[in-house]
Write a protein of this length. Structure first.
Length: 186
């Protein structure tokens, strides 16, 4: 079943929409949540929460051409919120490391025109990633969207951990420069 048909089921308020979505994307959604939480049971709960959230958001949204991206954003947000809630009083090194890596390149959120800046940064990020090589883009997305460890990325693409770290370092430096040229100070 294609995305258009699944969205039609959601719009018709047919409960089969959830079953078809789970068949099509369940494993990938759990993978995103697991990458953030590191716990299978929590990842499964996030997947189920994603189906409920999708049910509530379709309509008004009709993600016919970007259903997985739509669901991926939902599951990622749910998993990150759960992660924050579960570890509010603890500092977990890996997530802190990811945050610190990106803080080197992404400007602060504390600006007067937050939503306009966010839209502009999103546009710049998309353009930046389009200009990267396929390898750079894949490594960047695996690290900062899926929250894969350097070791996992290396194993996935047959690269040494040092190579992955070096590529990510260069991409972050390039991103920082790109955003600075776009008018954003880090």
């Amino acid at each position: 079943m294609d995305d258009n048909q699944i969205v039609d089921l959601f719009l018709a308020r047919d409960e089969n929409a959830i079953a078809r979505t789970a068949e099509q994307y369940g494993a990938r959604l759990r993978g995103i949540a697991y990458g953030i939480l590191g716990d299978s049971q929590s990842a499964e709960e996030c997947e189920n929460d994603t189906y409920l959230e999708a049910w509530n958001r379709i309509p008004p949204h009709e993600p016919r051409t970007y259903l997985f991206a739509f669901l991926g954003r939902i599951v990622r947000g749910i998993a990150l919120n759960r992660y924050k809630a579960d570890r509010r009083k603890k500092r977990w090194a890996e997530r802190c490391e990811l945050t610190m890596e990106m803080m080197e390149c992404i400007p602060s959120k504390e600006t007067p025109e937050k939503s306009e800046d966010l839209a502009e940064i999103t546009r710049l990020m998309n353009n930046f990633l389009a200009d990267c090589t396929e390898e750079q883009r894949k490594l960047f997305v695996r690290r900062y969207w899926y929250c894969d460890s350097v070791k996992q990325i290396g194993a996935r693409y047959g690269l040494a951990e040092g190579t992955v770290k070096a590529v990510l370092f260069r991409v972050r430096a390039k991103l920082k420069k790109y955003l600075k040229n776009g008018g954003y100070e880090v």
